[in-house]
Design a protein around this ligand. Structure first.
Ligand code: AP5
Ligand code: MG
Length: 213
């Protein structure tokens, strides 16, 4: 089973991917997480990625495609995968089609998480992520704060979670990513999940019930 999460920055793609990963035991492939891991290296490429991501722009299609292709063809993904944050433009969507058809694979479910824009800034600015297990929390909606312990790790903030960069990321999303909604609607695999003030579990339950149908 291959699943794809679409949605604006802060809509909850990572949160839902982790819940679905646990439920169905198929791995999440988050291009944002993979790229952040690359930025940890002191290399020239790591530094370049850091600059692009902290401005809210997209990294080049070539780099992202290489990362995704390596993951999808690995043995971890033999029972399926969950794409989170890829594809993000029409060119990436058509490259993904090519990559999947080479492997005789397809995407069965695309979940678009639709959250009103006024909630997005708070969700991103308040987000904290465990630097070890990747658990996602929010300073506004939970008891955890930046620097608190989470199992082996501590909660940290992302460099691109300030108001200015989030506004840029939203602009880039509207210009480049929104057009791929129609691309997947035309394939008949798109499910719109309306998020809002509801906590993550209600959305997870809806997604699971669509998959089980
Ligand atoms: P990426 O890391 O993918 O960032 P994003 O798309 O902006 O999405 P986010 O991770 O910010 O949000 P999310 O939807 O995962 O929300 P989350 O679950 O964390 O990409 C970062 C950068 O990498 C890009 O800007 C780009 O530069 C580069 N990049 C990545 N992929 C690329 C690609 N394919 N091509 C080119 N460049 C690429 O939730 C957010 C917060 O809300 C959390 O605090 C969470 O606790 C809370 N929350 C979640 N759901 C709910 C709910 N239902 N109710 C209340 N709170 C909730
Ligand atoms: Mg994410």
């Amino acid at each position: 089973m291959n699943i794809l999460f679409l949605g604006a920055p802060g809509s909850g793609k990572g949160t839902q991917s982790k819940n679905i990963e646990k439920k169905f035991n198929i791995p999440q492939i988050s291009t944002g997480d993979l790229l952040r891991a690359e930025t940890a290296s002191e290399s020239k490429m790591g530094q370049e990625l850091k600059n692009i991501m902290s401005s809210g722009k997209f990294v080049s299609d070539d780099i992202v495609l290489k990362l995704v292709s390596k993951k999808i063809t690995s043995s971890d993904c033999k029972n399926g995968f969950i794409l989170d944050g890829f594809p993000r433009n029409l060119s990436q969507a058509s490259s993904l089609d090519g990559l999947l058809s080479d492997q005789n694979l397809s995407i069965e479910y695309v979940f678009l998480i639709d959250v009103p824009a006024d909630l997005i800034i708070k969700r991103c600015v308040g987000r904290i992520t465990c630097n070890t297990c990747g658990k996602i929390e929010n300073e506004y909606f939970s008891d955890y704060r930046e620097g608190d312990k989470c199992g082996e790790g501590v909660f940290v903030k992302r460099a691109d979670d300030n108001e200015e960069t989030v506004s840029n990321r939203l602009k880039v999303y509207a210009e480049q990513t929104e057009p791929i909604i129609q691309f997947y609607e035309d394939k008949g695999v798109l499910h719109r999940i309306i998020g809002g003030e509801d906590g993550p579990q209600r959305l997870t339950d809806e997604i699971i019930s669509i998959i089980k149908k």
